[in-house]
Design a protein around this ligand. Sequence first.
Ligand SMILES: [Zn+2]
Length: 226
Amino acid sequence: MFVEKHMLAAGTPYATPYYVISSGIPGPVFMMISGIHGNEPASSRAAQGIASRLSRGDLILRSGKLIIVPLVNQIARRKGIRGKPDLNRTFPRGQGTPASHPLSAAVWQLALRNRPSWVLDLHEANGLSQLNPKRVGQSLIISPASRAEGLAKQIVKRMNLTIPHRAYRFNIHYRERAGTSRMAFQRLLGARAVTVETCWSLDYAMRVRMQTEIVSHFLRSQGMIG
Ligand SMILES: [Zn+2]
């Protein structure tokens, strides 16, 4: 297993580290991005935690290649804001249409170079989806008719078995929104793309744990971790 750390958008104000973990064994290319929005800290903490465990050798990648961008939007994170413009509306909207922001363009180029078959985009949101179906906190979001649907449903079930408090359980949401990373990865790259959302109002450590568990379920389902 090789772990490389690189800079995305190197030499620009948007520069941010990313990790490429190669198992050396054939398998899926799996990409995980987090911190597209600057005010969703538990998701980036979870992604960085997984990258750090892999870097230290505490976690072993058994097959394929894993690409992790733990904190896409460093500037928004430092300000503690979602980010302006909303980076998750700036991804390419069609074949031949470029990303409309240097950061989403850099993420997109990274994806084009690596052609992931899976992409997880980790976020946090307001509100509990179990209490209000219009809210996406505690949900996995997929596009309608996504090839990720079966596995996303299984993972929601697995997660909910471990969450005694009903209001904190996860739901599946179906959304299609142009300019999001999920839609670009699915439509333009043919990847199975899932947006993971925990809810801001829950305990921070619990949110980090849930994000980590969800990612682990996805990686395990692909035979990439034990
Ligand atoms: Zn977000």
